[in-house]
Design a protein around this ligand. Sequence first.
Ligand code: 2HG
Ligand code: ZN
Length: 456
Amino acid sequence: MNAEIYFAKALPSSRIRSDEDSRRTWGRDRTTSFKADPAAVLLPETTAEVAAIVKAANAGKFKLVPSGGRTGLSGGAVAGPSEVVVSLDHMNQIAGFNGPDRLLTCQAGVITQVVQQTALRHGLFYPVDFASVGSSQIGGNIATNAGGIRVIRYGLTRQWIAGLTVVTGTGDVLRLNHGLIKNATGYDLRHLFIGSEGTLGIVTEVDVRLAMQPEPQRVLVLAVPELAALMRILKAFSASIDLSAFEFFSELAMSRVIARGRGVRPMPEISPLYALIEFDESAEDEAMRIFEQMVTVGSVTDGVISRSDAQAKALWALRENISESLAPERPYKNDISVRIMDVPDFLVAVDRLVSARYPDFEVCWYGHIGDGNLHLNILKPETMAEPDFVARCHHISPELFREVHLRRGSISAEHGVGLLKRDFLGFSRSTEEIAAMRAIKAVFDPNGVLNPGKLF
Ligand code: 2HG
Ligand code: ZN
């Protein structure tokens, strides 16, 4: 049956869209190589409406694709032919603030930046931060366990989720953990849904735990002559400073940001690599001492430090605007991680592999190197058709993932598996683990209604 007519039993028809424009807009995330062609877009406003949608989908054998801010980079929110998008866009209310517990209760469609701003208004801090916070939604962050630039100090989204309401694949509503700090009553189901990429349930409401505000921050950008120096710098700075961020990017990445007018060269020196370090203002003297030491031993050749919030923002722009600045070149994305201990040797292996296997492609290095997460973007040559380019990169990916596997690392550190990494899941998860994941899926979504084809 026509999806638009069918779902009218679960939702007022004013919140069901099936025009071409809506289907195109809500049918995809930031990936470009997957085909999106949903039958309809549903815009619920309450948990009860989401439950009614899921129950109806089970009865009518429809497949649902949960959709947040659509900023994902792994195809986790791409809706294939005849699938139905459930967008959380209209569930964007902040329901309340609880001071003693430092909890913000919100619907899943609240924009991440609104969570951050609301925290600040209460004199508190939501520390999960990344370039797309202005469009991404807290529910989507939970579905992918979003990471970002401050993981080294504050952890991932998981750490800040104290309560969750989810609608499972059967349409049951589970209210999990209720914002408690201590709760030793068996399996913590909340953590199964965090990072499940919409395959077990649709997150509808959330209790976000907030942190105390940190001191004002300083940002230091360093010119780094070679990959091997990066980890020496990390080791030296993190030995005596509780860093808020330790990022790196290549000259190629920075030059793209500058070329697109999204950043200004921070120092005259052109260097193959740059490190960006953030720390509390009170650690500045110590940071300067280490900086000089690093210059003396040749690990750093130049540097610039922020003296105001505006300067800090301008330095961060060089790192945060990389992904968007590369987007027009349709990059093939790698989002991989290893333990920090293994990073130096991993960098050497990846560098060797990339130069051998992508000699004719431009390769852009950047990432959250302080937590072991490397983003490797292979840029599509202008003259190559996208399907050929993707096929070629996909063909080479197993070699890279073997290096990850050798070190028991992850083929998706923070973006999720979605459609992009699905065929490669076995490089990071054992057969037994995948079987357990499938068994869990069968408990919460026995009819395979939710986000089909994603993850596995
Ligand atoms: C970042 O760290 C994001 O900038 C995006 O995770 C990375 O686009 C990418 O590959
Ligand atoms: Zn990232």
